[in-house]
Design a binder for this molecule. Sequence first.
Ligand code: 13P
Ligand code: SF4
Length: 327
Amino acid sequence: MPVELTYEPHVVPPRTGPRSLSALQEEVLALKREKNAVILAHNYQVEAIQEVADFVGDSLGLSYQAQAAQADVILFCGVHFMAETAKIVNPGRTVLLPDLNAGCSLADSCPAPRLAAYKAANPRLYVVAYINCSAEVKALSDVICTSGNAVQIVNRVPADREILFVPDQNLGQWVSQRTGRPMQLWPGSCYAHVQFTVQALEKVRLRFPGAPVVAHPECVQTVRDLADEVCSTELMVKFAREHSAREIIVATESGMLHRLRREVPDKTFIAAPTDSCACNDCRFMKMNTIEKVRDALRSGAPQIEVPEATRHAALIPIQRMLDWSRR
Ligand code: 13P
Ligand code: SF4
C-alpha cells in the first residue's frame, strides 16, 4: 500500500546568488563595531542571525571560538548552556545572550542536586557530561564532551572506571555502541530530536529516492540505524561537501539547513519531517531573533554571570575536553 506524505516536504534548493542584508542586520553590524563585540552563533539560529555572525558552528567550535575571543563583548546566539560555557572559558569578557529564557530540555533533565546525590551513592563513577548541561552539572563532572568529540573523549577515559553519561541517553547509547564501552545512561533526551521517526523518514525518502540521510546522535536509535551518517552539526557540513549525492535529507533542527546552503550552495537539502510537521525547530534556539540581537548589543544585556566557585570547578572538565580534542 503506498504511503502518502500528509504535508509538503521542507526543501531548501541550491542557492542562486548572494542575499543583501536588511537595515536591521546593518544596524547590528554597526553596533558590533561600536561595542567591540564578536557574534558567535550556533548552526540552529535563524538565517538573519547566521548572516551577521563572525562564526557559525557547533558546540565544540563555538567553545574554542569563545575561549580565543579578544573582543570586549561576546554576543552568544545559541542557548543558555552555550553562553554559560563561553563565560566559563573566557571570564574577562562580557557575555550576552539575546534571550535569557533560551534553555534546553536536555540541560533541564539533569538537575545538579540529583546528580550530586547519585554520585554520593556511587562514588566510583566517572562522569562524562554532554556539554548540554548547566554549569553546576559541569562542576560535578570529570570531563565534558560534545556530539563532535564524544567518541574521542570516551576513548580517553581510564579503562578501570565505570562511566556515567549525562544527560542525553541517546547520544550516550550511540557513543557506547561506537566505543564498545558500557556506561550508565542518565534518562534525559532532547525533546526536538526524539520527534524524528522512522515512519516519517521513510515517507520523505519515497519522494527523494537515493537521497542519503544524515542524522544527529540525539535522535533515537531506530532513526540513527536508518541514517547513512550520524554526526554533529559541524560534521554534517563535511558530509554534505564530500558526498556525491545532489539531494540530502537532514535529521536535525531546521536552522542547520541555512548553514548547509551557505557552505554547500550547489546541493538541495530536505529537512527530515516528524510525524506531524515538515521540519523540526528547537523552540529554545528560536527564541533569539535579530531584533533581540540588536537590543542586546544596544543595552549590554542580558548578561551571563557564573559564580566564581562554580566557574572554577566547571572549567576543569571543560578544559580537559578542549585539551583532549584539540583540532
Ligand atoms: P552540535 O554540537 O552538534 O551542534 O549539537 C548541539 C545541540 O544542541 C544539538 O541539539
Ligand atoms: Fe537542547 Fe534539543 Fe534545543 Fe539542542 S535542539 S538546544 S538539545 S532542546
